[in-house]
Design a protein around this ligand. Sequence first.
Ligand code: PLP
Length: 373
Amino acid sequence: MTEVTQQGFEAKNYIRAISPYVAGKPIEETAREYGLKVSDIVKLASNENPLGMPESAKKAVAEAVTGLTRYPDGNARDFRDAVARYLNVPESWVIAGNGSDEILGLVARLVLEPGTKCVYSQYSFSVYELSAQENGAECVQVPARDFAVDLEAMLEAIDEKTRLCFVTNPNNPTGLALSPEALESFLERVPAHCVVVLDEAYCHYLPENLRADSVAWVRRFPNLMVTRTFSKAYGLAGLRAGFGVAQAPLIEMMNRIRPPFNMNSLAQAAACAAIDDEAFLKTVYEANRAGLATFEALFTRLGLTFIPSTANFMLVRVGDKAARINTELLKRGVIVRPVTSYGLPEWLRISVGSSAENARFAEAFEEALKAVA
Ligand SMILES: Cc1ncc(COP(=O)(O)O)c(C=O)c1O
């Protein structure tokens, strides 16, 4: 299973086959490459929160700084208690993560190995594929239907070798949501030997009528893990805070492979302070809806196809000049996300920014379109 590299060490073949995760282009790198000032750059590439973090989190971080000489609480007890109270589940049903990415990776490590399969949709978060690959499992990417996750086709793809299935609601990079009814019916039919990860990284952006009581499903289905993050609506991406919720036996198994002290002290403190800040979440939701409406109006005026979004970003089709348009945007200090690595070479994904950032994007985007015409 291994191959000797030029350097002499042996890396597993299935790890050598991995293409690394493509992240949004960092602000500092763009400033360097294009000779721009960091302060002049608008980054709309990683679905971060333009409103920042709630005051409660800032205060908690400032207080927690003095304790950084000590290791964090390795069990993240206060954090898990806060999540458990918030979701009304036992604390033994919650696992803390260094971002929700870590939880996705831990579930994969727990259940996948060579000879097993992992099922996920076309146009879904690239970490799913990566986490299957790094465990030597077979990746089964199920074709989307009109860009949307096709739950029925996913069910058909799940067989006796399938140990893991990832579903995202709403989905990244499409921004499309699944109906609670369709999701529930799907969960009822997934065989018990297949763990389902329902990734709700963007759930706070869903309109009221599409919000599902996913925790009620965790109570019903022992093979379900719901993951959430503080990186998006809570504005804490740089701290790395996320969690998973599942029934105790699944969490207990995951804790066996969870790295010690995986969630740092600042992340624990900030997330505890922010978790039930409903007023902040409401402001974030409303600002995001307004931003999405601005994008829709812009793309409609420009005669471009876009996918109506229920998340904090939007996909717009710009055609075969997408790479050049992206470069023109970068020259103007605007970073968006090319999605070629997601199999969408003619599209760009734009995160919703502040009103001023959205206006900067609109201006630069029109100029970029003209520049490549
Ligand atoms: C669908 C989805 N899931 C999970 C994550 C991971 O978020 P984090 O590790 O910051 O919690 C992201 C981040 O972009 C995402 O888009």
